[in-house]
Design a protein around this ligand. Structure first.
Ligand SMILES: [Zn+2]
Length: 336
């Protein structure tokens, strides 16, 4: 499942590629036909990410941007990718669009990969024909120069401004949003007897954190994942929050999660994840100079390998059905 940094990248891409333009919205698969009809032909005025959910605001061309956010005359398409959802982008290669999205990317969900470049000179000269939808495309958003296809989302619906606001208010603060209030995160954790490792995955406590950021932020704070939330000191929680703000902003900027400090990389402790386990794919996998995937994390998918800091074997167990990774020495309950 994509973590918050990917959804923020998606929202930014939508703003850059479709912002201010009238778009055709359809549902090639048919399941979103009624929803698509409500927003077809409207102009994309806003693309927002809150945690793992994206909100696309569409409205009339004369919508006033002076009333930002959830203005009354917008209809909101709410999308939650869930485990299997992904967006596929394609464009005509025109300067405008290719500048905005770098290279067209496909499957911005579990992973992002760059589409093989088409011959741009030809495609710009000829009238652009978007590629046929591939697979069960729930939503197709089409402009004069680009197309985005959504497959396999957990949620996709058109909702009113009030309903969009209600969804957003139920979510915990999102470290990637400038309007987030860290106190809400700290007090929600401090009120709970649940393990802090569980609370970090709860989107009502903090929005956008997934399994990787959960494991890595706890390691970097030296915090055991099993400590009850109410027993974790406030200053540790503030430290975790501040760390998430930096780590996730970095992830949103480069499209990959990297939590290791330079001095903890390249020590020979790098290794692929155990056989049979699918390695996380990162947007920078083929980028020259990027931190390699197997040196990007302290504990995530590193069970059985020595801790990069103390050499203790990284442990793995299940917490609420999800794999949890931690260093039993660096993250002891009694360490603080
Ligand atoms: Zn350690």
């Amino acid at each position: 499942m994509p973590e918050g940094h990917t959804v923020h990248r998606l929202a930014r891409t939508f703003g850059e590629v479709f912002g201010g333009q009238a778009v055709e919205v359809s549902s090639p698969q048919g399941r979103f036909a009624a929803g698509a009809a409500l927003v077809d032909g409207l102009v994309l005025h806003a693309a927002e990410a809150v945690g793992k959910q994206m909100f696309l605001g569409l409205g009339p061309a004369d919508h006033s941007p002076s009333a930002p956010g959830l203005a009354d005359d917008l209809r909101w398409v709410r999308v939650h990718l869930g485990l299997y959802g992904s967006w596929t982008f394609a464009s005509d290669g025109s300067t405008e669009v290719s500048h905005a999205i770098g290279a067209p990317r496909k499957r911005v969900g579990e992973r992002e990969t760059v589409l093989a470049a088409a011959a741009p000179e030809e495609s710009v000269l000829a009238a652009w024909e978007p590629p046929d939808p591939r697979g069960a495309v729930r939503v197709r958003i089409l402009s004069a120069h680009a197309v985005a296809d959504l497959t396999g989302p957990t949620a996709c619906e058109v909702i009113s401004p009030e309903a969009a606001l209600a969804v957003q208010r139920r979510l915990g603060p999102d470290p990637l949003r400038s309007d987030a209030d860290p106190e809400r995160f700290v007090s929600a954790v401090r009120r709970s007897r649940s393990a802090v490792g569980l609370l970090l995955m709860n989107q009502d406590v903090v929005a956008g954190v997934g399994n990787i950021y959960r494991a890595e932020a706890l390691f970097r704070a030296g915090q055991s994942p099993t400590t009850p939330g109410r027993d974790v000191p406030s200053d540790v929680l503030h430290e975790i929050w501040d760390d998430l703000v930096v780590l996730m902003a970095d992830g949103a900027a480069i499209g990959a999660i990297v939590t290791t400090r330079p001095e903890h990389r390249g020590d020979g402790a790098a290794a692929p994840p155990p056989r049979g386990r699918r390695a996380v794919r990162q947007n920078t996998d083929t980028a020259p100079g990027a931190v390699p995937r197997d040196e990007s994390f302290y504990v995530y998918q590193r069970d059985g390998l020595p801790c990069r800091v103390c050499g203790t074997e990284i442990a793995r167990s299940e917490m609420a059905g999800r794999n949890l990774f931690w260093c039993p020495s660096c993250q002891r309950d009694d360490r603080r």
